[in-house]
Write a protein that binds this ligand. Structure first.
Ligand SMILES: NC(=O)c1ccc[n+]([C@@H]2O[C@H](COP(=O)([O-])OP(=O)(O)OC[C@H]3O[C@@H](n4cnc5c(N)ncnc54)[C@H](OP(=O)(O)O)[C@@H]3O)[C@@H](O)[C@H]2O)c1
Length: 268
């Protein structure tokens, strides 16, 4: 089995890790990658871009140059990903989306596209984080109703969206498990005097600093004890390897809208 894969936004921080992970994968053939027309990496060797030596495949500015790919991987930006999804629909291509920060409406657009092509939308492709989602669900079911739930996340100084897509997803998993409406019960940051913490809220705290790859901790705190579930990513390669798992799974999937929970067999 070999799966032809193209990486969109391949000159980005994740793009370069994805090039390495794809080029080293047993069942994946990296056929190309895209950059913006204004990029200084137009017509650049993908391997040189990733710092792993020439691979003999150059960057393109047109998705039409990448039609030989079966599955596309997109870690770019919201606007760019939405355009790329449209293109994949037109050309009946599967796509793994790692881009974060979509609004509920934009997620609906992607979900809709899943009616005609196979799509994995994964705000976090790390296997550990996806297990954390499951652990959080189990914990919320057991003690979520009477503990204070707070979600802390830390990322590098360049990250644009906050709280992270992963933190929002953790909040959503907890809200769904406890039958709460996240839009109503989320509290983003605290400052100054306030009333006592309301039990049915879900708090979010964010820091942005240096080169932190990504850390998430969920607190379930009662009087006298607290449970903390933590995940720490130490290299972007973990996200790239998770994306490869999504690619190999999606390559044989029917049209549909999927998550990493589906990829990892963690759905009930
Ligand atoms: N799912 C996960 O596990 C995971 C993990 C890490 C990051 N992410 C997310 O992945 C996305 C990318 O992260 P990153 O750290 O790799 O960011 P980055 O270094 O800024 O890379 C983004 C890449 O996308 C390209 N791009 C952006 N807008 C574009 C457009 N309109 N047209 C064409 N190319 C465009 C950029 O090109 P230029 O350089 O020319 O602007 C760049 O190559 C973010 O949303 C981030 O939150 C997800």
């Amino acid at each position: 089995m070999t799966i032809n894969v193209a990486i969109l936004g391949c000159s980005g921080r994740m793009g370069r890790n994805l090039i390495q992970a794809a080029s080293e994968h047993e069942y994946i053939t990296l056929v190309g990658g895209s950059v913006r027309a204004s990029s200084s990496f137009v017509n650049f060797d993908l391997g040189e871009l990733a710092g792993i030596g020439a691979l003999g495949k150059k960057t393109s500015t047109q998705l039409n140059d990448l039609l030989v790919a079966d599955v596309f991987i997109d870690f770019t930006s919201i606007e760019s990903t939405l355009e790329n999804v449209k293109w994949c629909q037109q050309h009946k291509k599967a796509i793994v989306i790692g881009t974060t920060g979509f609004s509920a409406k934009q997620v609906q657009v992607i979900e809709q596209a899943g009616k005609t092509i196979p799509i994995v939308l994964a705000p976090n492709t790390s296997v550990g984080v996806n297990l954390l989602f499951k652990l959080v669900e189990i914990t919320a079911k057991a003690i979520g109703d009477y503990t204070d739930i707070e979600i802390f996340e830390a990322h590098h100084r360049f990250k644009k969206d906050a709280p992270s897509g992963t933190a929002m997803k953790i909040g959503q998993v907890i809200a769904d498990t406890l039958g709460r409406n996240l839009e109503k019960c989320a509290v983003y940051g605290r400052e100054g005097l306030s009333d006592e913490r309301k039990n049915d809220t879900i708090g979010f705290a964010t820091i942005r600093a240096g080169d932190i790859v990504g850390e998430h901790t969920v607190f379930f705190a009662d009087l006298g004890e607290r449970l903390e579930i933590t995940h720490k990513a130490s290299s972007r390669m973990t996200f790239a390897l998770g994306a490869m798992r999504a690619v190999t799974w999606l390559a044989s999937a029917n049209a549909g809208y999927y998550t990493m929970q589906d990829v990892l067999g963690l759905t009930d």
